[in-house]
Design a binder for this molecule. Structure first.
Ligand SMILES: Nc1c(C(=O)O)ncn1[C@@H]1O[C@H](COP(=O)(O)O)[C@@H](O)[C@H]1O
Length: 163
C-alpha cells in the first residue's frame, strides 16, 4: 500500500537499479517531495507492473519515474497503461554504457510518451527535478523550494579555477 502522501512513484526493473535511482530519491528528499520506491519489472513481474500502472493514479501518484537497464521496456509499458506523466531513466548496462537502455526508452512509437532523461545517475537526478517541476506547476510552495534549490546550486559553483 502506498504512503498516501507520496506524489511520485519511483519504480525500477531490479533492485540492482537502486544505486542509480537513489539519485532521484535524494533530490526529492531535498525538495520535500514525498515519494515511494518499488521494484516493478515488465519482464519479470508483469502482473505487478500491470497492477501498478493501472492503479497508480488511484494510489495518489501524480508523476512516475521509471528506471530500467538493457531491454528497458518498463517505462514504455507503464506509459501505455496510464495518463500520468512517465519519466524514463536509462540505467547503465554492460553494452556501450547503457546505449541499449537509452534507445529502448527513448524510441517510443507516437502516441505513448515517455520523457526520457540521460543515462545513469545524472538522468535519475534530473528525473527527480523534472517530477518536482511538474508538481510545482500547481504548488507555489514547492516552486519556491525549487527556486531556492537552483540558487543554492549556483552559489556552490566557484567562479575561480583555483582552490
Ligand atoms: N529492463 C528491465 C526490466 C523491464 O524493462 O521490465 N526488468 C528488469 N530490467 C533490467 O534488467 C537489468 C538487470 O537486472 P538484474 O541486475 O536483476 O539482473 C536491470 O537494469 C533491470 O532494470
Amino acid at each position: 500500500m502506498a504512503d498516501q502522501s507520496a506524489r511520485v512513484a519511483i519504480i525500477m526493473g531490479s533492485r540492482s537499479d537502486w544505486p542509480t535511482m537513489q539519485a532521484a530519491a535524494h533530490v526529492l528528499d531535498e525538495l520535500g517531495v514525498a515519494y515511494e520506491a518499488r521494484v516493478v519489472s515488465a519482464h519479470r513481474t508483469p502482473q505487478r507492473m500491470y497492477d501498478f500502472a493501472a492503479g497508480a493514479r488511484d494510489e495518489g501518484f501524480q508523476v512516475i519515474i521509471a528506471g530500467a537497464g538493457g531491454a528497458a521496456h518498463l517505462p514504455g509499458m507503464t506509459a501505455s497503461m496510464t495518463d500520468l506523466p512517465v519519466l524514463g531513466v536509462p540505467v547503465e548496462s554492460k553494452l556501450q554504457n547503457g546505449l541499449d537502455s537509452l534507445l529502448s526508452i527513448v524510441q517510443m512509437p507516437g502516441g505513448v510518451p515517455v520523457g526520457t532523461l540521460a543515462v545513469g545517475k545524472a538522468g535519475a537526478k534530473n528525473a527527480g527535478l523534472m517530477a518536482a517541476r511538474i508538481l510545482a506547476l500547481a504548488d507555489a510552495d514547492l516552486a519556491r523550494r525549487l527556486a531556492d534549490w537552483r540558487s543554492a546550486q549556483s552559489d556552490a559553483i566557484p567562479e575561480s579555477v583555483e582552490d
